[in-house]
Structure formats: C-alpha cells, structure tokens
Design a binder for this molecule. Structure first.
Ligand code: SF4
Ligand code: SF4
Length: 178
C-alpha cells in the first residue's frame, strides 16, 4: 500500500468529506427538516443520551487544524470543554466506548458545529431530521466514505491509529497540554 504524508492525507480527507457533504446536500437534505428554523437547534449534537460520534486519528488531526484557525482564547475554551466532556461522561480510550454517549463539545451556541465546513465527521454529515425513513441516505453511502477514511489512516499511520470517541481523540492531541 502506497504511504502518504499526514499533509497529503489531510488534503485527500478534506476533498473526500467535502464531496460527501455536497452529495448529501444535493440529493437528500431537501427531504429533511431545516436546521435554520429548528426550534431545538443543536439538540442533535448536545443530546447526551444520543451522541456517540467516533473519529479516526486523521479526522482528529483535521479537526485540530480547523480549530487552530480560531483565536487562542476560543481554542482554550473549546479544549477545556473537550476535557470536561471526557471527565463528565467517563469516556475512555479502551473498552466498548461506542456504548457511551456525550454532549458534543464542538457545538457552539449561536454558531453551530465548529467543524461544519472542514472536519465534520461522516456520521454528522449523514445526519439530519427526516420525517420519512425512506428519505434517509442509505447506510452504504456512509460506509463507503468510512472505508476510504480508514484507508487514508492506514496509508498515513500504518496500524498506529484507531477509532475513539471524538472528545477522547481531541483531548489526547490537545495542543495546549504537555
Ligand atoms: S439536525 Fe434536527 S435537531 Fe439538529 S438542528 Fe437540524 S433540525 Fe434541529
Ligand atoms: S461534530 Fe459537529 S455535527 Fe457532529 S455532533 Fe459535534 S457539533 Fe454536532
């Protein structure tokens, strides 16, 4: 398998996610409730009984890169929220972490998802509030994207990566922690 530099992989990941986001927007999202007029905006991201988004190492690095463009005060605030989330919901890097749920620390009041444009996890791109089950994007679309993301991780890090709950990965690569 041809290896990739992290920079090259981040570039490919951004293209892959952006293509997927556009595809979902053009073909499915018009069937879903509008997030703009949602009376419970962010409920989907802050529902601590529902959210269990997991990401790979490369996606965590991409999110860190997006967050690095914010001012330093805001970055400190977000990473503090990430650490609080890990502690509050007792999120771990081992065991069956998919069983644990949490309120996502990347949701910012009055802004929305801080990584909407760049770094949004594939399950979050797929998600919207559909009234009819048959209008949902089929699972195999997300599975195909996730397979490609796994391949990018393997080409970049070999076996030195895994899937972890989003706050666990971000906490472990927090640029403000020693
Ligand atoms: S996905 Fe659903 S709950 Fe979340 S903001 Fe959009 S309409 Fe509201
Ligand atoms: S990454 Fe963004 S879209 Fe996904 S749960 Fe967090 S705030 Fe919501």
């Amino acid at each position: 398998m041809k290896t990739l530099t992290e920079t090259g992989a981040l570039h490919d990941l951004q293209k892959l996610k952006s293509d997927y986001q556009n595809f979902i927007k053009e073909n499915y999202e018009h069937h879903a409730a509008s997030c703009e007029t949602c009376p419970t905006k962010g409920a989907c991201c802050l529902d601590a009984h529902f959210v269990n988004v997991h990401i790979s190492k490369l996606e965590a690095v991409a999110i860190r890169k997006t967050l690095s463009k914010l001012n330093e005060k805001k970055q400190h605030e977000i990473y503090a929220r990430v650490t609080e989330t890990v502690e509050k919901y007792d999120l771990k890097s081992d065991g069956n972490s998919f069983a644990k749920t949490f309120a996502c620390p990347l949701f910012e009041k009055n802004v929305g998802c801080l990584v909407h444009e760049n770094g949004k996890p594939a399950p979050c791109i797929s998600h919207a509030c559909y009234e009819n089950k048959e209008d949902l994007p089929p699972d195999n679309l997300q599975a195909t994207v996730e397979n490609k993301i796994q391949r990018l991780n393997r080409r970049t890090y070999g076996n030195r990566w895994n899937y972890l709950a989003l706050p666990v990965w971000l906490d472990s690569i927090n640029p403000f922690k020693n």
